[in-house]
Design a protein around this ligand. Structure first.
Ligand SMILES: Nc1nc2c(ncn2[C@@H]2O[C@H](COP(=O)(O)OP(=O)(O)OP(=O)(O)O)[C@@H](O)[C@H]2O)c(=O)[nH]1
Ligand SMILES: [Mg+2]
Length: 458
């Protein structure tokens, strides 16, 4: 059973295996007392001082042997990551030494930390809210610098302040509404429903922008997928290879070379992209190709932007027409690429109609810069390059945001038609769900779900 602030916990915060150093972290009320039993320091500096480093030896009290020479760093409550007394032990990075030190700690009143328990204590002690917890989790799992930057922005607290702002404004409205409902005789000013409707709609607009920023944050954190599609031999794999700067996909003049989808990470400007090469779209020649084409549809579904690749050295075919129709039917931004402009062009220039079309050669690289530019513009237009404003939410937080928006919509639509006590119930729900995003109102089960995604030692 979880007991915050009662137990003193410890875990290794660095990855397992041999290294120059490993870091063992302790947090809890007894951290310093326990260290006094197992650590012999050199020098005269008093122990523990806040934010101090001590050089000395870890001793096994059962037989007084020296286990390792270490450096301790101390953080005195409440000025620490968890808000508790923290000691960090930097020892030599040998798994045998690390296990021995942990074993000594566990014999002397420390218990092993659970996954995410340090961060959970930071949350419980008011050191961070759930938006910052989510940012920490995503910072640890980020695979590109821009994803890390996105998480760091959130750690600065802007999304937290935004949600707190919505929360506060709505609570004020709710309090006035409740007061006029409960004490009508006390000459409390009657609610001006027109004014309230206007103000709620402003909050709803702001909350919708916040939701869009969260949607874009989710897309960027997951790696923004761009799928290449087109008929066989149009040059999809060649284009992917050129963009990646390496021969990732097999390229041949055999139609139907790519049979499975291939996914690779790259960056366009500062935006992390996952580029997906797909099996050429046509009537499949065999079972394998048929499965490949099914996977193409999955790639189309997952992609945020689609790129149609057409062979400019050939006249338009029925398959090209099907590809264009498919691009148009997805309700997603797309770019049409006329490839092979290094060859004599037989492709009808008018074929793309209103759609964005660019000529390139995936063989020589001609026109590639223009294509990347178009791609950037699409990302800009869809708010996907503005990392500063993006928000990262966990699944539970997203669920709460959806519920908050739905209840606020009902309140905005209902005001003037529904009883004020119904309106109050909707606003209560918005306030409760917003509180769940930051963690102001949250239940233990949800916390379990949130923190179990962390590694032990964080
Ligand atoms: N001249 C010229 N040839 C190209 C260009 N792009 C691709 N090719 C050639 O076209 C052929 C097919 O290229 P791929 O990249 O394999 O085409 P694909 O669309 O991936 O084909 P599938 O995997 O079969 O769907 C290969 O012989 C390439 O060398 C280009 O810009 N210019
Ligand atoms: Mg291919």
């Amino acid at each position: 059973m979880y007991k915050p602030g009662v137990d003193t916990i410890a875990a290794v915060s660095t990855p397992p295996g041999r290294a120059a150093l490993s870091l063992i972290r302790l947090s809890g009320p007894e951290s310093f007392n326990i260290l006094k039993k197992i650590f012999k320091k050199g020098g005269k500096k008093a122990f523990p001082l806040p934010y101090s480093a001590y050089y000395g030896s870890v001793i096994d009290p059962s037989d007084d042997t020296v286990v390792d020479k270490v450096v301790l760093t101390t953080f005195v409550a409440p000025n620490s990551f968890t808000g508790e007394n923290i000691v960090e032990i930097s020892c030599h990075g040998n798994p045998i030494i690390v296990s021995k030190i942990l074993a000594i700690l566990f014999k002397n009143g420390v218990r092993p930390a659970e996954a995410g328990e340090f961060t959970r204590r930071a949350f419980i002690n008011g050191k961070m809210d759930l938006l910052e917890v989510e940012a920490t989790s995503q910072l640890l799992s980020a695979s590109t610098l821009s994803q890390a930057r996105l998480a760091l922005n959130q750690l600065d607290g802007l999304p937290s302040r935004q949600v707190a702002g919505f929360h506060e404004k709505l609570i004020n409205h709710l309090v006035q509404l409740e007061a006029s409902l409960n004490f009508p005789e006390d000459a409390i000013e009657a609610i001006d429903e027109h004014k309230l409707a206007r103000e709620l709609k402003i909050i709803r607009d702001e909350l919708r922008i916040f939701a869009d920023n969260a949607k874009n944050g989710g897309i960027v954190a997951g790696g923004l997928k761009v799928a290449l599609l087109g008929r066989p031999n149009s040059g999809k794999s060649s284009l992917m290879n050129y963009m990646l700067g390496k021969d990732r996909a097999i390229v041949t003049d055999v139609a139907g070379t790519t049979r499975d989808t291939l996914e690779e990470s790259m960056q366009i400007g500062s935006i992390p992209i996952k580029i997906i090469d797909t099996a050429g779209l046509r009537d499949p020649g065999d079972k394998v190709e048929a499965i490949g084409i099914e996977r193409t549809q999955k790639a189309i579904d997952e992609a945020v932007v689609l790129v149609g690749v057409f062979d400019g050295s050939q006249p338009v075919t029925v398959e090209d027409e099907e590809v264009l129709a498919r691009l148009k039917a997805q309700n997603k931004p797309f770019i049409c690429v006329r490839n092979k402009i290094d060859l004599i062009q037989k492709f009808d220039q008018e074929f793309f109609g209103d759609a964005v079309g660019v000529g390139i050669s995936a063989l020589t690289g001609t026109g590639l810069a223009g294509f990347i530019d178009e791609l950037k513009q699409i990302l800009d237009k869809n708010g996907l390059s503005d990392l500063e404003s993006m928000v990262l939410l966990g699944a539970q937080q997203q669920n709460s945001l959806d519920k908050a928006l739905a209840a606020l919509d009902r309140a905005c639509e209902g005001i003037g038609h529904i009883y004020q006590d119904m309106l109050a119930i909707e606003l209560e729900e918005v306030v409760r769900e917003l509180g769940r995003i930051t963690g102001e109102t949250v239940d233990v089960n949800t916390l379990d779900l949130i923190f179990e995604r962390f590694c032990i030692g964080k």
